[in-house]
Design a binder for this molecule. Structure first.
Ligand SMILES: [Zn+2]
Length: 413
């Protein structure tokens, strides 16, 4: 295909994806604009419900402004061939055929886009989250996180990209099989060590303290044969009052992580129910299934990428004077975006099914009522949208909306 056609397809996709996302956000905001659902009357704090609309409305306006500016910048950068200009500029500074060119290109792009979005990142945390009482982040912590984030991106991104470039250099189009092998091992490694290596860079994880909660959890965990050493508390409170819990890892490195903010707000029974839900994710092998799906999907994407990775027309489409693998990778990512969207829909659907399964596990091995209570409290505290638009849920929700989960749980009572 010729470069001009690629360029128009890419610009069209950027425009369409903006319009589509704005329509979804708008529908979702409108769906939120209704009285508290009948089934939650008396169970859900009315004041929190009103506040949740305010919160989402504020985020909607913020997202709209950010979306419009993002659209204009993307169209300008791509349409005017600025990526090609950056490529030419870097080529002038590096020795001919340098291995470092793509790494420098992506590094520079990472920094520029982070600097451009910095005002939005700051406004979101220190104005919006602050106004709604969520923010606990200090400017000093923000800077620390930023530095750590940059270092992590340089090490991880540099490693993955470096291996990819080396394989493409060496094997051409058949790079994909070897890179697939590498990325599979890498993801496995990241899944296993996430909570013991990556997470501690940003947060402190401590084993659950002795006390009422630990004894209650002990008796439940014994009953379902889940080792107690794998339950940790994370200091989420240093950034936000929002609460959460999650399951991560594999084998001996599996962990259930409870936010300190969750422990602070929920009763012992509710916490055991939340933990039972997380144990459900483990017992139903959700992490292993996600890894398998991710691996298959990665193989398919890499195979398709291998058909495009050497094509000079993709580089030219982005304004490059000649073939450049980094321009091709970006063009491929943009052309591939509709398929990424479909994959996202599938993965979210899979994740929502898993959430129902984990709820079901908790209700069968513990009880449904405290889990319902815990979920209601979580939605209240996190100012969740109780009535999201079905299309928005279909596209973006990794968890089923509260009401659906409560209905499924009430079948257990
Ligand atoms: Zn879950």
């Amino acid at each position: 295909m010729d470069a001009n056609l690629y360029l128009w397809i890419i610009l069209g996709l950027i425009g369409l994806s903006f319009i589509w996302n704005e329509i979804l956000d708008y529908l979702n905001l409108k769906a939120h604009q209704q009285p508290l659902p009948e089934e939650l009357k008396g169970k859900f704090d009315e004041a929190k419900y009103a506040k949740s609309y305010d919160y989402h409305h504020t985020n909607y306006r913020f997202g709209l402004i950010q979306g419009i500016l993002g659209l204009l910048v993307s169209l300008a950068v791509i349409g005017l061939g600025w990526l090609g200009d950056i490529d030419s500029w870097l080529r002038g500074m590096l020795p001919e055929g340098s291995f470092w060119l793509p790494l420098a290109f992506f590094g520079l792009l990472y920094i520029v886009s982070d600097v451009l979005t910095l005002p939005f990142q700051l406004y979101k945390i220190f104005v919006i989250e602050e106004r709604f009482g969520f923010n606990k982040m200090t400017p000093a912590l923000f800077v620390k996180d930023k530095i750590k984030g940059y270092l992590l991106a340089a090490i991880m991104g540099g490693l993955v990209l470096g291996i990819l470039l080396w394989l493409v250099d060496w094997l051409g189009e058949s790079f994909w099989i070897w890179f697939w092998g590498f990325i599979t091992i890498f993801s496995l490694f990241m899944t296993v060590f996430y909570s013991s290596v990556i997470l501690p860079i940003f947060n402190k994880l401590t084993p659950l303290e002795e006390g009422e909660l630990r004894s209650a959890i002990t008796s439940y965990a014994r009953g379902v044969d889940f080792p107690l050493d794998n339950i940790f508390v994370i200091d989420g409170s240093k950034r936000s009052t929002k609460a959460n819990a999650f399951f991560t890892g594999l084998g001996k490195r599996k962990r259930i992580v409870l936010y300190d903010t969750l422990i602070e707000k929920q009763s012992t029974e509710e916490l055991v129910a939340v933990l039972a839900h997380e144990v459900g994710h483990y017992k139903k092998k959700h992490i292993v299934q996600s890894l398998v799906i991710g691996t298959i999907q990665m193989g398919a994407i890499l195979f398709i990428l291998s058909r495009f990775v050497m094509s000079p027309a993709l580089s030219t489409a982005l304004g490059g004077e000649s073939y450049a693998i980094h321009l091709n990778l970006i063009a491929f990512g943009l052309l591939f975006s509709p398929i990424s969207m479909l994959i996202g829909i599938f993965l979210n659907r899979f994740s929502r099914k898993n959430e129902f399964e984990a709820d079901h596990f908790a209700a069968s091995t513990y009880r449904a009522a405290p889990l319902s209570e815990a979920l209601i409290k979580l939605s209240e505290e996190n100012l969740s949208n109780l009535t999201p638009h079905p299309l928005y849920v279909f596209m973006h929700y990794s968890h089923p909306p509260l009401i659906q989960r409560l209905r499924a749980l009430s079948a257990h009572e």
